[in-house]
Design a protein around this ligand. Sequence first.
Ligand code: NZQ
Ligand code: ZN
Length: 387
Amino acid sequence: MQAFTLYLPTKLVFGKDSVTGLKDAIAPYGKKVLLTYGGGSIKRIGLYDKVLEQLAGCEVFELSGIEPNPKIGSVRKGVEICKKEGIDFIVAVGGGSVIDATKNIAAGAFYDGDPWDLVLDSGKIGRTLPFFAVLTLAATGSEYDGAGVISNPETSEKLFLGAPNLFPVASFCDPSLTYSVPAWHTAAGAADIMSHTFEQYLVAEGNTVTDGLCEAVLRTVIENTPKAIANPEDYDARSELMLASSFGCCGLLSIGRTPSPWPCHGIEHEISAFHDITHGAGLAIITPHWMRYSLTEETAPRFAQYGVRVWGLDAKAPAMETALKAIEKTAEFFASIGIPAHLSEVGVTSEHFEAMADHVIAHWYPLTGAIRPIDKAGILKILTDSL
Ligand code: NZQ
Ligand code: ZN
């Protein structure tokens, strides 16, 4: 097993009505709060009023309208409020986009310059405002990690920032808050959780403990996503997806394993930078093609292990045969939960493929460290095959 450090400073508060713990959690942090949220779903589900009840006695400032694939413009607005009003802490209510924007705002509040600088160079992140998350969508794991992904439409860039002090102080995860998540975002969120797991699981070397955790997360998502789509108010299914979300991106699944450059994420962030598509859908489309690209005689045993332990395929069959079946099962699953198979179906064209590939190489981890090394030609092949 490889050496590792795991640092998870967020208090995860899970369960029905867990948001009622917000009042006590924020008490030591001051009285001036910035409440951040998206396009209005929190009002439609009655959560906005519940959060305001928890903030009683605080002076509440608001930043609403944070977009999916959050834009730097929203971050700048939030930073301006924090600086002007002397905000003490932030409460983010929403999915990954709201939480990610909040992370950039929390860091920007103490930065003497444009918060986009912090996305370009996380090394510039210093002090941050404390912030809390109330999660409404199971997907990104932003509620339990120290990273955020921000888009800059002016430069067609979508880049991540990360720092140890970008973890929420506490995240409140009530699965019933996700009852209203539409089928499309339930499916895309599920694909995102699975992709986080694949990125960490399908590497050269694993270990028994985290192989088992990864396989459990994958089986959980495969079993519970169709249930949540068929019956959006299935509390148990929503719970399993929400916990899988928090486990998926916090680093737990990669401890002691070959470090992964997260190739599908590097490529997908470019697709959503140029075309503003739903992150999880982009991942679901490219993942089977990345898997096919990565399948070689050398890597086949790991894909076959995935097929046997997650899909129940025949352990005695030749590794390559099982690996191929496992990849087909993966593609079939994404289709079964309503995600199209081709990028062209979500409005992507090949126009920017060259630029995307160049951006991945310039800004992402070196994909030469992937289970099968990926160069620029490899990125272009995965993109073209996905089209
Ligand atoms: O804006 P509102 O009205 O709230 O609607 C949102 C949005 O339209 C809606 N929604 C959220 N909760 C809902 C709901 N609708 C009904 N009922 C609810 N309870 O869902 C839509 C999508 O929300 P969004 O926050 O964009 O989705 P998600 O959580 O998938 O976040 C995606 C963003 O996170 C980034 C992605 O790249 C993307 O920008 N990621 C962040 C990561 C991280 N911080 O570690 C890792 C991921 O790999 C990912 O890159
Ligand atoms: Zn993701």
